[in-house]
Design a protein around this ligand. Structure first.
Ligand code: UFG
Length: 325
């Protein structure tokens, strides 16, 4: 039985991963400090509340012995990372280095890392494949790129094996309705649109209608959280089987872009409610179009997104939103 540590397993994507690992017969342990995650989102396995930056906590957990570690615990707000870079470098880089050190000390050499499309910066072409230059334009993207670079060096020097998965726009919710997005504050488009539809917010701000896109709003590649978790499971399999290079990285998206207006239109159809919008200025740092080329994940990992068409993804997120108080 595979034994996996999920760091950040009480968060949005981590909690879906814990459920998938638990349901597929893995032994799973979550380490989470609950700074933004939720204890009741951890549906399977053991739970340890603790700070991954605390070496004593790491030693206690890692001494249980694991085949691999999946690392979801990071700060994720681009705007905040510009205002508070120290917080982001400390949490996303320094603490991750501590985790890697502790893993090596305990002889655990397999790692799946949550990276991001933000490592690419302003797109030079679309869709974005793995050869696209990585020139992040904010501290958040830089923290994730730094860890990717550390992992490349650790592969060469220590034979440390890792897969970095660069999410485009993670969205959706557990198809069985048990889990979903609960960020505080919520900044992501789909939950915000649905909270307006549900009557919990007065309106949605549309950040810019003057982009060089067919309807003037930004285009993004929305990928279902359960599909992201499938990619993690496949990455784990590939690490266990010793397949591929010691350090691998894949872009995870559906390969299809949708505009902010298309998201609003689909949310209105799915919910049967109208969504009030307020046109607002562009949000600083938003590229006009971010779409993944997921070919390499398909070819090397055998990844096939199952739920990432926009309507299905919004249906799952809507079911989750309507269950919230
Ligand atoms: N948007 C609005 N109104 C809102 C919120 C978002 O119009 O209230 C727009 C944004 O301007 C953007 C699109 O909806 O065009 C998607 O925005 P999100 O905030 O949902 O997601 P981002 O594309 O900004 O962020 C995602 C990930 C980040 C990652 C980034 C890479 O969530 O972790 O992509 O650029 F860093």
């Amino acid at each position: 039985m595979l034994n996996v540590l999920v760091v950040g397993g009480a968060g949005f994507i981590g909690s879906h991963m814990v459920k998938m690992l638990g349901q597929t017969g893995c032994r799973v342990t979550t380490l989470d400090d609950l700074s933004s995650g939720h204890r009741d989102a951890v549906l399977y396995g053991d739970f340890v509340q603790g700070d991954m930056g605390d070496r004593a906590v790491l030693d206690a957990v890692l001494s249980r012995g694991f085949d691999a570690v999946m690392h979801f615990a990071s700060f994720i707000q681009v705007g905040e990372s510009v205002q508070k870079p120290a917080l982001y470098y400390q949490n996303n880089v320094v603490k991750t280095l501590g985790l890697l050190d502790a893993m090596r000390a305990h002889g655990i050499q397999r790692f799946v890392f949550s990276s991001t499309a933000a490592t690419f910066g302003e797109p030079q072409y679309s869709p974005i494949d793995e050869k696209h230059p990585q020139q992040p334009v904010n501290p958040y993207g830089r923290t994730k790129l730094m860890v990717e670079q550390v992992l490349a060096d650790y592969a060469l020097a220590y034979g440390f094996r890792s897969v970095s998965l660069r999410y485009f726009n993670a969205a959706g919710a557990d198809p069985e309705g048990q889990l979903g997005e609960r960020h505080d504050p919520e900044t992501h488009l789909i939950p915000l649109v649905l909270q307006v539809a549900a009557g919990r917010r007065p309106h949605l701000q549309v950040f810019g209608r003057d982009y060089d896109t067919p309807d003037g709003t930004c285009i993004r590649d929305y990928v279902h959280v359960t599909d992201l978790c499938s990619a993690h499971a496949l990455a784990l399999q590939s690490l266990m089987a010793g397949q591929g290079a010691d350090c691998q990285a894949y872009n995870l998206g559906s390969g299809h872009g949708f505009s902010v207006q298309e998201v609003i239109d689909t949310a209105q159809k799915v919910s049967g409610r109208s969504v009030a919008v307020m046109d607002s200025p562009r949000r600083p740092g938003d590229p006009s179009r971010l779409v993944a080329d997921p070919t390499m994940a398909r070819q090397n990992l055998g990844w096939q997104p199952q739920h990432s068409d926009l309507r299905t993804l919004i249906e799952h997120a809507w079911r989750w939103e309507t269950r919230q108080a």
